[in-house]
Ligand binder design. Structure first.
Ligand SMILES: [Zn+2]
Length: 451
């Protein structure tokens, strides 16, 4: 027997489109043009296994409807669609227990992907009380090749912009294979792929620009996605800047771990570095070298005694990234703060989101998370900057006294020399991948967006 999906939308045209697409996939479709009818259909003889609800409808407000559906049918996964784009809507419906959130206009294959995961997900979500045999549709077939990955479902992260100081938030959404990491603006619907080609500036933070779309301070989130092995995801930002949170990637990594990783059909490709590529600028250098796996080896030298000379070497896996790099915070010097403010940067900087070094050492009341937190943050930034290659890398990255600008120059130099790299299909991992909430992947180096 095929699964029944309930579509709730007041626009007939949308109901027709969804019915057509879902019927093509072999689903039975129930339709409701208003909330009252939707609640009636939950009691039907063959109740739906999944509901797709537009939250912007007359009569019963869609959010209220989600709430009532949740209390009437708590086990029913609900996918919410919305066309009026505010992050508050996403936050509210996800808190109410909606499975996922899609912003209109959405791609139909993105919808089908979410539908597949919602129908397959209850096996993973259920607690032990339900031992009844079920015929849940598996989300993906057992992989013959290392498949691409996206996040398990949408997740919302709220905070403040470091440089603008404005309250901001974002929704991370799953995307189908081949999409890569894409930044979008919730209000305008404009997007920019998270690729080195679209870097506009690297002054204190990495900014991506395409047309009217601006995404500032993407590096810590890009690092968290790369670290978790996410190939495809939409970053929908409520404004021009990714929130700074505590100045590290910890909250992004936690949010990704909370929703888990979903494997998609399709092989993963990666960039294999074939020969050294190096950029030098006085005492500063950065280079990519051939290497099995992905390693960052970063060194900094500062006159301040609190920092001095520090070096960290990390073989990046989801586990090592989360433990060794993700919690390392952005740092700055008290003497620079006024200069930055005058230039319009760091308006949101505070001891809540930046390790500040003053004349007498670290000014933050809680002190450092590691003695070498500074260089670990530089290594975190390097992971985020290299993630803009668009594919996971098989390489060692080494830098001394580097920064965002140097990192992006090294990447540009790599792509400028076609004999320095090749794109390879990744061999399957030897160890199984944990699907949900998993910090532990035993596989070797992990991923980044697809190019
Ligand atoms: Zn940083």
């Amino acid at each position: 027997m095929s699964d029944t999906i309930l579509v709730v939308d007041d626009e007939e045209e949308i109901r027709n489109t969804l019915r057509g697409v879902l019927a093509d996939e072999g689903f039975d479709v129930l339709e409701a043009s208003d909330g009252r009818r939707a609640l009636e259909l939950l009691e039907a003889d063959a109740p739906p296994r999944l509901a797709i609800v537009d939250v912007w409808m007359p009569e019963i407000d869609g959010i209220e409807l989600v709430e009532r559906m949740r209390s009437q049918a708590p086990r029913l996964p609900i996918i919410v669609i919305s066309g009026h784009g505010t992050i508050e809507t996403a936050v509210r419906v996800i808190r109410l227990g909606a499975f996922d959130f899609l912003e209109k206009p959405f791609q139909l294959d993105a919808l089908l992907n979410v539908v597949g995961r919602a129908l397959g997900s209850d096996a993973a979500d259920d607690d032990a009380e339900d031992d009844a045999p079920r015929t849940a549709t598996p989300t993906v077939a057992p992989p013959r090749r290392m498949p691409e990955r996206t996040i398990g479902k949408s997740v919302v992260v709220n905070g403040q912009g470091l440089h603008s100081g404005i309250r901001t938030g974002l929704i991370l959404q799953p995307l189908p294979p081949g999409s890569g990491i894409v930044c979008g603006n919730i209000s305008s619907g404009e997007t920019v792929p998270a690729l080195v080609d679209h870097i506009d500036s690297t002054g204190y933070a990495t900014t991506l620009v395409r047309g009217g779309m601006v995404a500032k301070t993407v590096e810590h989130l890009m690092a968290a996605l790369y670290g978790a092995g996410i190939d495809n995801a939409m970053i929908e930002i409520d404004g021009p800047e990714v929130p700074i949170l505590d100045g590290s990637a910890a909250e992004f990594s936690d949010a990704i771990a909370d929703v888990g990783v979903a494997r998609l059909d399709g092989p993963r490709r990666m960039i294999e570095v074939l020969k050294p590529v190096r950029i030098e600028n006085g005492a500063q250098f950065g280079e990519l070298l051939p290497h099995e796996g992905f390693r960052v080896d970063v060194e900094i030298q500062f006159a301040e005694e609190t920092i001095g000379r520090q070096r960290v070497v990390v073989d990046v896996t989801p586990d090592s990234f989360r433990k060794e790099l993700a919690p390392a915070r952005t740092f700055g010097f008290m003497r620079d703060v006024e200069r930055l403010w005058a230039a319009g940067y760091a308006l949101g900087a505070s001891l809540e989101n930046t390790v500040v070094v003053g004349e007498d050492g670290v000014m933050n009341p809680g002190g450092l998370r590691w003695r070498d937190e500074f260089v670990r943050h530089k290594a975190l930034d390097a992971v985020g900057d290299l993630a803009l290659a668009g594919l996971p890398m098989k390489a060692a990255f080494r830098s001394c006294r580097g920064g965002h600008r140097l990192n992006s120059l090294v990447l540009a130099a790599l792509f400028a020399d076609p004999t320095a790299y090749r794109v390879v299909e990744r061999a399957p991992a030897r160890a199984p991948v944990r699907q949900r909430g998993g910090a532990a992947y035993a596989a070797a180096p992990m991923a980044a967006p697809d190019r």
